[in-house]
Write a protein that binds this ligand. Structure first.
Ligand SMILES: [Zn+2]
Length: 322
């Protein structure tokens, strides 16, 4: 595993403002990189590393903190136009690390108690190229031209706001080897048979470097619980097929209670090949997709504070365990 602490210098020198500012900074790759470096510089007890590279060569960054036996992994922005999940996770990281430093509380728990009991890892920007496309940071060049060309075949999906995929048009949350063939059949029947702004499952499982790297990282970390942040619906998905990992319903009910979100008892028909599906299948441990907020993605930043109020206790509860 390559360590970089700090990681390659950012072109964005501005102080990151993911912590207390409202609305937060936008999660351009450059500003997320700056923020990750700032956190690693400020808090000596966290480790910043990269677990792979995106299609365009951006480092895929993660931070781990704590040394406890319980390992928990949070990720955000598998889907490009669900980028509000990135500043939500970064704000949580800020609050948690601050709490560890100053013996504070986070979501109803002592941050230091969580720190001693858990190893918490965060990958706040799973799809950096896609997020930069939706945020118009990528607005010219060959990758942009190709994305625009892909998008032209789907005039009913707004460009770039409807873009969920990675920069090459693969939906990163339809890439995992968990009923991938079923997902492929469903999405092909819906017309997504080649690279698309969303819903193209890729040429084979884990063909996209962003999904493959995340799966490899997850195997190395071997977490007890994972949560993938998405938008929208105010709902928590905990099921995959007929799997029911020990403790997953109990923890799911607790997550629903502290967040006010609904725990969905039934998986959506098209719920295959997602990160949490694969995690549940391969690890037989609790994995959740949390669909935050309400409305059409990308959600407006006016929802940020409300979403965060639900997520802080949810993330702390999952870190602690049921
Ligand atoms: Zn999503």
């Amino acid at each position: 595993m390559k360590h970089c602490n700090p990681c390659p210098s950012s072109s964005e020198k501005s102080k990151a403002v993911f912590n207390n500012a409202s609305p937060p900074d936008l999660p351009y790759f450059d500003s997320v990189l700056a923020e990750m470096n700032r956190l690693a510089g400020k808090y000596g007890f966290v480790t910043l590393s990269e677990y792979g590279k995106s299609v365009m060569g951006k480092p895929l960054l993660y931070i781990c903190a704590g040394s406890g036996a319980r390992r928990v992994f949070y990720s955000a922005s598998h889907h490009a136009n669900e980028w509000i999940s990135t500043p939500i996770l970064l704000k949580y990281m800020n609050s948690y690390f601050e709490g560890v430093q100053n013996s504070g509380q986070i979501g109803g728990y002592s941050a230091r108690a969580l720190f001693s009991q858990t190893t918490l890892c965060f990958a706040p920007l799973v799809n950096p190229d896609g997020v930069d496309l939706v945020l118009r940071r990528i607005a010219r060049g060959s990758f942009y031209d190709e994305a625009k060309k892909i998008s032209a075949a789907y005039p009913f999906i707004p460009f770039p706001n409807g873009w969920k995929a990675n920069i090459e048009g693969t939906d990163l949350n339809l890439q995992y080897p968990a009923n991938w063939e079923t997902a492929k059949q469903i999405k092909f029947e819906q017309g997504f048979t080649s690279p698309a702004p969303r819903d193209f499952v890729g040429t084979k499982p884990l063909a996209a470097p962003e999904s493959r790297a995340l799966a490899d990282f997850t195997r190395r970390l071997n977490p007890n619980t994972v949560i993938a942040l998405h938008t929208q619906g105010n709902v928590i998905y905990w099921k995959f097929a007929d799997y029911e990992p020990p403790g997953s319903l109990e923890l799911g009910l607790r997550l629903a209670a502290v967040s006010g979100y609904e725990l969905s008892q039934t998986p959506p028909v098209s719920d295959n090949a997602g990160f949490k599906d694969w995690f549940i299948q391969d690890f037989n441990s609790p994995g959740y997709t949390v669909e935050m907020g309400l409305g059409e993605s990308p959600l407006p930043l006016s929802q940020f504070d409300g979403i965060y109020r639900s997520m802080e206790p949810l993330l702390s509860t999952a870190a602690n365990g049921a």
